[in-house]
Design a protein around this ligand. Structure first.
Ligand code: IFM
Length: 479
């Protein structure tokens, strides 16, 4: 349920709190053939008929590659003090191996300099799902060599930007890369092979560990290295042991598969048991877990909605309701005995239920599981069917209410002892929402896809006021 938004009780954040917005390269940059860039798996996938809504792709996206100066000025005008973006691997190392392309790195150097000049703190994500196609052709994430290639790429980017970027994120949402990319196939590269998806998950973990070491060797020690997980808040429909076991299984497949090795140096035994008919995990080699379990400086949490599950024999009637797109193949290997349910209450345009209590729960979980590790909410936001009024303004009160509820939940977690240091709204502006094409608008800034003109929605003005004052404005302030 949304947290009550009462103007009478101001919600104020610590002075050093980062108020950011987030984007990713393929979703906003466009310019896919400029500066020596070659195709990533998302170029290939989105140009394959039937893979994205309306056959849409990121060839132009919102043309941030050419408009980045205006976009940075827009963020500064709103009052944001942080910006999280990702690097296109294919721009920097087009084939995924070998020497760096300076033109590609120069784009990010200019972007970072522009941000720093207006007092916006950059946070770089090295991998937000856009693997160079040549690496997929060589086997992709199920192949061990991809992890080594990623470490090499991390070293290159760390050396190029480490002097001016303090905050680093290795991977964004490796769950999506592994399970939507290789199991359900609704994301690039579109494979539907459960065994390959678990192998991909392990090699993504290894890539994170090796890249963390590479970044540390390439950059000043003051820099912070983290990763962003879309850890699920998994709730059972009842306390029945079968439903509890279902929730436990999904928790292992959503969370334990990553935070087990990364934070604790081991995969959960229950994950091995759940997946024993699919894989024997023999690709986990001696030394891998040590390489993966690197000390981190922070952890990024991406949160949108909780998952409600039961043992499958409670309800096999409806379609899978896990909110991860339409596919006859499950993104949950070994969990055919689990059913996903629609959670009650209001929903966003993605069909995702709105529940800020899940964000509070997630933050408190990681506060307990990783004591002492600073947390950042590296993504949170909502898609709505925004349209300009006749006066050209875009009013999105639902998004303001969503942001208010979730930011209030973050503040409540801080009061409860969590060390949350910043929040990055997803997303700065409307952009390419992967398999959904451009039909889902997550932006605080509206983009007219005909002209590519940007118009801050009322939520952007509301959020900017929060950023400038450190206090959440009442929900009606920007209307
Ligand atoms: O747009 C995506 C983003 O790329 C990763 N996290 C979820 C967002 C909304 O679906």
């Amino acid at each position: 349920m949304p947290e009550p938004a009462t103007p009478a009780t101001p919600v104020t954040f610590p002075p050093a709190f980062l108020w950011g917005a987030a984007t990713s390269a393929y979703q906003i940059e466009g310019a896919v053939r400029e500066g020596g860039r070659t195709p990533s798996i998302w170029d290939t996938f989105s140009h394959t008929p039937g893979k994205t809504a309306g056959g849409e792709h990121g060839d132009i996206a919102v043309d941030h590659y050419h408009r980045y100066r205006d976009d940075v000025a827009m963020m500064a005008g709103l009052g944001l003090n942080a910006y999280r973006f990702s690097i296109s691997w294919s721009r920097v190392q087009p084939t995924g191996r070998g020497p760096a392309v300076q033109v590609g790195l120069d784009f990010y150097r200019r972007l970072v300099d522009e941000l720093l000049a207006v007092g916006i703190k950059p946070a770089v994500t090295l991998y937000h799902w856009d693997l160079p196609q040549e690496l997929e052709d060589a086997g992709g994430w199920p192949e061990r060599d991809t992890a080594d290639r990623f470490a090499e790429y991390a070293q290159i980017v760390g050396e190029a930007l480490g002097d001016r970027v303090e905050q680093w994120i290795t991977l964004n949402e490796p769950w999506c890369s592994a399970f939507l990319g290789y199991a359900s196939g609704v994301h690039a590269p579109g494979r539907t092979d459960p065994a390959a998806s678990l192998k991909a998950a392990h090699h993504l973990n290894l890539a994170h560990g090796l890249a963390t070491s590479a970044l540390r060797s390439a950059m000043p020690a003051r820099n912070s290295v983290a990763l962003s997980l879309n850890s699920s808040v998994v709730r059972p429909v009842s306390q029945d042991p079968a439903d509890l076991a279902a929730a436990r299984k999904i928790d292992d497949l959503a969370n334990g598969v990553f935070h087990g090795p990364i934070l604790h140096g081991a995969y959960p035994e229950s994950l091995f048991a759940a997946t024993e008919l699919i894989t024997d995990w023999s690709y986990v080699e001696d030394g891998d877990l040590r390489a993966i379990n690197q000390p981190l400086d922070a952890l990024g949490l991406n949160y949108y909605t909780p998952a409600l599950v039961s043992a499958a024999d409670n309800d096999l009637s409806g379609p899978r309701a896990d909110g991860h797109g339409a596919s006859q193949f499950s993104p949950w290997p070994g969990a055919d005995d689990v059913a996903f349910h629609q959670t009650p209450g209001e929903r966003t345009e993605m069909g995702w239920s709105i529940d800020p209590t899940g964000l509070h729960e997630l933050i408190m979980r990681y506060t307990r599981e990783a004591p002492g590790l600073p947390l950042y909410i590296t993504e949170n936001g909502a898609a709505y069917d925004d349209k300009p009024d006749p006066d050209g303004r875009v009013h999105d009160p639902e998004r303001i209410s969503y942001l208010h509820g979730h930011l209030a939940a973050v503040r409540r977690a801080v009061s409860d002892g969590a060390d949350v240091r910043g929040y990055y709204l997803w997303s700065l502006m409307d952009n390419f929402e992967w398999a959904y094409g451009y039909e889902k608008r997550f932006g605080a800034v509206y983009v007219d896809y005909g002209t590519l003109a940007r118009t801050p929605k009322s939520s952007a003005l509301w959020y900017g006021q929060a950023a400038r004052t450190g206090t959440l404005p009442p929900v009606a302030v920007a209307e």
